[in-house]
Design a protein around this ligand. Structure first.
Ligand SMILES: *Cc1c(COP(=O)(O)O)cnc(C)c1O
Length: 331
């Protein structure tokens, strides 16, 4: 498989850990965790896999500035900001929400890494891509060339991140001698899910790719992923038998809203930390892991019938725990 230009930024390959004690009440399932929260320390999580390709493209185009966008606690923006600092690029983040008095979690790291930040209020967010284009023009006027990366680096370039991860998974499965029935991820901007879907076809991986959405709904991800994959096929001229029906997004676990989690999610985070020493986050991985366990325990009635070996992709997000510390309860 010929990949496009790629920077080596992530600590790869990431290990796979077998869960030993997290209770699954005799369901017969065995959960394995692909530790993509270990792709780096400050740059941990799934976004760095995509950014290896997006930032390579930016450099190829001769850009010296990166513009990207996301929530105030965006893991993607934090990863981009730090990688730009490492690569000697200017970075401008467009963040959704008002400027907080005391920056915390990911936002604190964005500021430490020297990111320029424009805060856009919720009600004006629909115009954030126009603002990005305006900033691009402003940078050009001052002799800089700015590259725009969309939310989550989920586009036809970022898609490569998890396509390449599938090559790694193929090796993992051989080494561990496991045949997963399911490959599970959280989905937020669709690039991880889309990359896994395409990559698992290209590398002939076992296991049905299923995703738990943390915002929007299944119809949104069907449309978004179909668009990204279509653009990817057009740009790179690679043939893959990919259809909308391959996109399995399991709804029902968003909870109170994007970035807001139910108390069950917080107790699942605490439980996994206690039983196996792995840390999930309340925005993405906590919801997906909680959804996965709930569906496994439903047995034949759930969305994951006959779950034997299940691979959960730990997409990171640890810094998102700290701004929500008040929602954990301890006896
Ligand atoms: C962004 C993110 C996701 C979702 O990945 P997408 O490719 O945007 O769908 C999952 N987990 C964490 C921790 C993330 O930061």
């Amino acid at each position: 498989m010929q990949f496009p230009k790629r920077l080596q930024l992530a600590n790869l390959p990431t290990p796979i850990t077998k869960l030993e004690r997290f209770p699954l009440h005799g369901s017969g399932a065995q959960i394995w965790v692909k530790r993509d929260e270990l792709t780096g320390t400050e740059v941990s999580g799934n976004k760095i896999r995509k950014l290896e390709f997006s930032l390579a493209e930016a450099l190829e185009q001769g850009c010296n500035t990166i513009i990207t966008c996301g929530g105030l606690q965006s893991n993607h923006c934090r990863t981009t900001a730090i990688l730009c600092s490492r690569l000697g690029l200017k970075v401008h983040l467009i963040l959704r929400g008002g400027k907080p008095e005391q920056p915390d979690g990911n936002l604190l790291l964005d500021l430490l890494a020297g990111a320029q930040i424009t805060y856009v209020l919720e009600q004006d967010w629909a115009t954030h891509e126009d603002l990005a284009r305006k900033l691009q023009a402003d940078y050009a006027a001052s002799g800089n060339k700015a590259f725009f990366i969309p939310i989550g680096a989920s586009d036809e370039i970022g898609l490569w991140g998890y396509i390449a991860a599938c090559e790694e998974l193929k090796e993992d499965f051989e080494q561990l001698d496991i045949t997963p029935d399911y490959i599970v991820t959280a989905t937020g901007s669709g690039g991880t899910q889309g990359g896994l879907l395409v990559g698992s076809k290209l590398f002939d991986l076992p296991g049905k790719v299923i995703a738990f959405n943390v915002c929007d709904d299944a119809a949104y991800f069907e449309k978004k992923i179909h668009e990204d994959v279509t653009l990817w096929q057009r740009r790179y001229k690679i043939d893959v038998d990919f259809q909308k029906k391959d996109i399995n997004t399991i709804e029902g676990y968003v909870g109170p809203g994007y970035g807001l989690a139910s108390k069950e999610v917080f107790s699942t985070i605490a439980e996994l930390a206690r039983t196996d020493g792995l840390f999930l986050d309340p925005v993405y991985t906590g919801k997906a892991f909680h959804g996965m366990v709930t569906e496994i325990l439903k047995g034949k009635e759930g969305c994951m019938p006959d779950a034997g070996n299940v691979l959960f992709i730990h997409t990171g997000g640890l810094f998102g725990v700290f701004p929500q510390q008040q929602y954990f309860s301890f006896a």
